[in-house]
Design a protein around this ligand. Structure first.
Ligand SMILES: NC(=O)c1ccc[n+]([C@@H]2O[C@H](COP(=O)([O-])OP(=O)(O)OC[C@H]3O[C@@H](n4cnc5c(N)ncnc54)[C@H](OP(=O)(O)O)[C@@H]3O)[C@@H](O)[C@H]2O)c1
Length: 301
């Protein structure tokens, strides 16, 4: 395996991540020469963005042109795609899934290919926005020997920060990323809906107020770390306020109240580390939150 900037790279699966990484690598001087996808149109849409990149109808044919193949399909298609390719010794194959282990690449490994994963810890939707968000993003990397070194360099060259993972860490790593991304997005959507339903502010208008708050929270944590960057009634030990919040959220709905209470309960120990709140108040707040959680189960029909 000879890995350098002139290593021929192919992308299989030409959606948000495939296109974004292919363009970012090409802009950084890497040789992205082939693309294929479930539909030819997606492969063309990737290839047209990159000089000297050819779209292929046939996935095996595109893979055959390259020394390093990125598989950027949906997670559940990776293994099927790997099985459809005739691998040769010395090729390398990498997927970008945060949740899948290297096991899904086993068929390639059996034929002598090197295997790795390269997971951008970032939410990708549109290609242009994603390209802007790449610098400073973390890349979770798995790989053997030279491939690991190469993927590390590749992450650095597109402005990313590499971190190294074992396959056994992937489910927790990905769960933490999704808690921060998808689950946080869900929480923001719930709050915006509450503003629309209860406070008379249309939800997308509400976002204009809520998003600067989210930025403020990240800025405070970035500047001051944990626990100094944490603020709110838990830090102050303001039991009365927490009780009012629980009642107000309960009046909206049990799920909303549970969302508030479980998140607060998970974070309370960090708020307590500030040392502002008395131990006795931490105990009272913990008990209060636990009581609301256990006495108000979410019921499904
Ligand atoms: N989106 C994110 O925020 C994000 C972040 C980090 C990592 N990832 C990972 O990156 C990978 C790609 O995700 P994505 O967000 O780019 O998904 P996406 O935008 O939905 O694109 C997936 C692409 O895979 C293609 N595809 C699906 N099944 C295929 C098959 N059997 N053979 C060939 N191509 C196939 C689709 O093809 P057609 O367009 O041709 O129909 C589509 O273009 C996943 O492993 C995901 O977990 C995603």
């Amino acid at each position: 395996m000879d890995l350098s900037k002139s290593t021929k790279i192919a992308f299989i699966g030409c959606g948000a991540v495939g296109k974004t990484l292919a363009v970012a690598l090409s802009r950084s001087g890497y040789s992205v020469i082939a693309a294929s996808s479930r539909t030819y149109k997606s492969a063309e849409d990737l290839a047209v963005r990159i000089k000297n990149c050819t779209p292929y109808e046939s996935i095996p044919k595109a893979a055959d042109q390259a020394d390093l193949i990125f598989i950027t399909t949906f997670d559940n298609a990776i293994e099927h795609v790997v099985n459809s390719i005739e691998w040769t010794t010395g090729q390398a194959v990498v997927h970008c899934s945060g949740a899948s282990s290297l096991d899904v690449l086993r068929a390639a490994e059996m034929k002598g290919a090197f295997t790795g994963s390269f997971h951008p810890l970032q939410a990708f939707a549109g290609v242009e926005d994603a390209l802007e968000s790449l610098p400073g993003s973390t890349f979770g990397i798995e790989g053997q020997g030279k491939l690991k070194e190469y993927l590390t360099q590749l992450a650095l060259d597109i402005g990313g920060k590499p971190i190294f993972l074992e396959s056994s860490d992937k489910p927790l790593y990905h769960a933490s990323a999704v808690t921060l991304g998808g689950v946080l997005m869900g929480q923001i959507a719930v709050i915006a809906q509450i503003w629309e339903d209860r406070l008379g502010v249309e939800k997308n208008e509400a976002l204009k107020t809520l998003i600067p708050m989210v930025r403020g929270v990240s800025d405070a944590l970035e500047a001051n770390g944990i626990p100094e960057g944490i603020a709110g009634p838990y830090v102050r030990g303001d039991v009365e306020t927490v009780q009012k919040h629980l009642e107000a959220m309960k009046a909206v709905g049990i799920i909303e109240m549970q969302m508030y209470a479980t998140t607060a309960l998970a974070g309370i120990k960090f708020a307590a580390q500030r040392g502002v709140c008395k131990d006795a108040d931490v105990k009272v707040m913990t008990k209060l939150l636990n009581t609301y959680i256990s006495e108000n189960p979410i019921e499904y029909n």
